[in-house]
Design a protein around this ligand. Structure first.
Ligand code: ATR
Length: 275
């Protein structure tokens, strides 16, 4: 019997996940379909009940439901619980288990550019939900020095204090981070700064970068933010947010089907959708 999957969010109309997963189901000959579901905050509990009732194979959860879904599940992976956000749910014979594949997907997306992670001194720009998933997952992956800069220092301090893995973290102001950017092997921009192509905002002036370092912006629309352009101009290698998006989807697909899919194919599909 055909299996059902989907993504719950609000707004959801522009999600690229349905095309990406439906393409994978047909490519691997799996009789399944993935739908976008527009679910308002107040309707989340009913929506989850409905997915249980119809025996959905699993689903993704996106803004604004990633935290609210947690108490509605039967089990939650410890990393997702520490992050406080679930983006992927597996339905195993009526038992719903939640995972966070955003952070681990981000870590996997680095594999082509960074040979080993543990010795890479890292700076995370931002201290919101995305930064939290990335910070914990990089620490889980073995990076021991991860600094954080954020407009609101208290949020960065709160984030550092709650990390369940051993990691050494200094909290920096934005300006200072810009000044000492050449100390870092990996810089990850996780805020929405740079999303608006008209204003082309940047978190801080990029004056110098470490030779051979990697600058990542988790934004994928636009494909290249001013932060990435300026870092590239100074000699950094750069990576946009497509990798994180593709790998969070690949890890979700693997949890549902047991197949780790062709990420090159997924990337092409996403780039086509972005036009
Ligand atoms: P997400 O889940 O996408 O990470 P979020 O949890 O709302 O979103 O976090 C947004 C992040 O972007 C925060 O680090 C926020 O900084 P504050 O903690 O100071 O609010 C940062 N951010 C967003 N807009 C910003 C701006 N214009 N200037 C500086 N930081 C900004």
């Amino acid at each position: 019997m055909k299996k059902f999957y989907g993504v719950l969010g609000c707004p959801i109309a522009h999600s690229m996940s349905p095309d990406m997963h439906n393409d994978l189901f047909s490519y691997y000959g799996i009789d399944a379909a993935y739908h976008p579901f527009h679910v308002e905050k107040d309707d989340l509990e009913e929506a989850i009940k409905g997915l249980r009732a119809i025996g959905a194979g699993g689903f993704n959860v996106t803004i604004p439901h990633k935290t609210a879904v947690i108490p509605l599940l039967d089990k939650v992976d410890p990393l997702a619980l520490a992050i406080g956000a679930v983006n992927t749910v597996v339905n195993n014979q009526g038992v719903l288990t939640g995972y966070n594949t955003d952070g681990r997907g981000f870590v996997k997306s680095l594999a082509g550019s960074l040979k080993s992670l543990s010795d890479k001194k890292t700076l995370i720009v931002g201290a919101g939900g995305a930064a939290r998933a990335i910070y914990f997952s990089l620490a889980e992956a073995g990076i021991r020095e991860i600094d954080i800069c954020n407009r609101t220092a208290e949020k960065a301090e709160g984030l550092a204090a709650s990390c369940p893995f051993p990691v050494s973290t200094s909290i920096l102001g934005m300006e200072r981070a810009g000044e000492q950017l050449d100390q870092y092997d990996l810089v990850v921009q996780t805020t929405s700064i740079g999303m608006d192509p008209d204003t082309e905002q940047i978190p801080f002036a990029v004056r110098k970068v470490k030779e051979g370092s990697l600058a990542v912006d988790i934004i994928y629309n636009p494909l290249e933010t001013r932060f990435l352009r300026e870092a590239a101009a100074l000699g950094a290698r750069i990576q946009n947010g497509i990798g994180m998006f593709v790998y969070q989807g690949a890890l979700a697909f693997e949890k549902w089907t047991g197949i780790f899919p062709d990420t090159g194919r997924m990337k092409e599909k996403v780039l086509k959708q972005l036009g």
